[in-house]
Design a protein around this ligand. Sequence first.
Ligand code: EPZ
Length: 429
Amino acid sequence: MDRIRIVGGNKLNGTIPISGAKNAALPLMIAALLTEETLILDNVPRLADVAQLQRILGNHGVDIMAAGKRTGDHEYQGQTLHISAANIIDTTAPYELVSKMRASFWVIAPLVARMKEARVSLPGGCAIGTRPVDLLIMALEKLGAEIVIDGGYVIARAPDGLTGAAIDFPKVTVSGTHVALMAATLAKGTTVITGAACEPEIADVADCLNKMGARISGAGTTRIVIEGVVKLHGARHTVLPDRIEAGTYAMAVAMTGGEVQLAGARPELLQAALDVLVEAGVTVTPNNEGIRIARNGAGISPVTVTTAPFPGFPTDLQAQLMALMTRAKGSSHITETIFENRFMHVQELARFGARIALDGETATIEGIPALRGAPVMATDLRASVSLVIAALAAEGETMVNRIYHLDRGFERLEEKLSACGAQIERISG
Ligand code: EPZ
């Protein structure tokens, strides 16, 4: 199994290109199931999760062609996928595939909307909490699907098609909103989703669905209205930049010091995180090509942060912020409100000497002047990258084990960081 070796202490200076957003690319690929015509997606990141979803879609009979690089393309530009679900040969998504990636459960929505039936394995547990799918099922039932759970599979049927309905989410759910949105595009009549998630990835998917002929308004707000249509058609769409990747590298620069341009990052997608960095003493300068992050000389000031749905501080940057705060001048408090068990990085950060106390959903971090490198491993994607951030500033060597989590969500991480001066290498085997 590959590992990453990091020798800490170097500042980061240069440019880091920001890839397309994983959490938009995945639902966009799934949305291709809604039409028999080809959906072309540009700027799709090269990630293990994307490759896994290609396999899952392939199992349904979807043809996917990854276009080669065109002359003049930069190395870092994402891939272009031509996704054609002309013939869906199987409406079952089996356990062996769905259990590897939770978002693949979302295929249930386009399958039942277009094929009138779907049989999708329950995604099962996950290292960051129980993560149920009750609200996704509620949304599909509201749209008229009959749902049965049998042998670990959710079986959804709508022999006469789905019908528009009022769907009110009692709590903000990104997955629930994606599922409701996709399913409602082909339902008869109007669907009104209230309590919808406002994450930029939802708006990006809605934007693409509208290009495919859907009639959606209000995506990106808590109230989304969808007028169902009979058919969707092919379209071409560019995946929006990854705000979590941008925020992660911003935290890395804040941690090591130096000055880095996050090329292609869009500040409005991560304003809450940028505000926290400014409070911590980091210089954040949005410009035409992205965001410039600098910390020269000044120490890191402690902060108090609570994760919240967009536009609040994202749970997907919580671990990275915690790594940064291990070296703050004073005590920081970070409260996690989205997932009940997303603190698996705490014990690993402690291996660097970090002083973190957990009390329920709040972590108190006593900043210390220096971390020491250590062998570490992590249980989820964002936790893994928080260890990389700690290692970049730690004295001596760190070996990050189990990096397949990193490969799920960060494209060419070690190349991007070493180009800015980090001493980081992948060790195969
Ligand atoms: C998405 O997960 C992201 N994944 C997550 O990113 C992200 O952390 C999360 O949204 C929150 O922003 C993708 O987009 C692929 P939710 P999702 O439905 O959609 C509860 C990463 O590292 N809930 O908004 O699964 C749930 O347990 C990943 O890239 C129910 O109770 O998140 C959680 O507490 C990790 N019932 C809360 O809602 C349901 O039916 C928010 O979950 C569904 C969710």
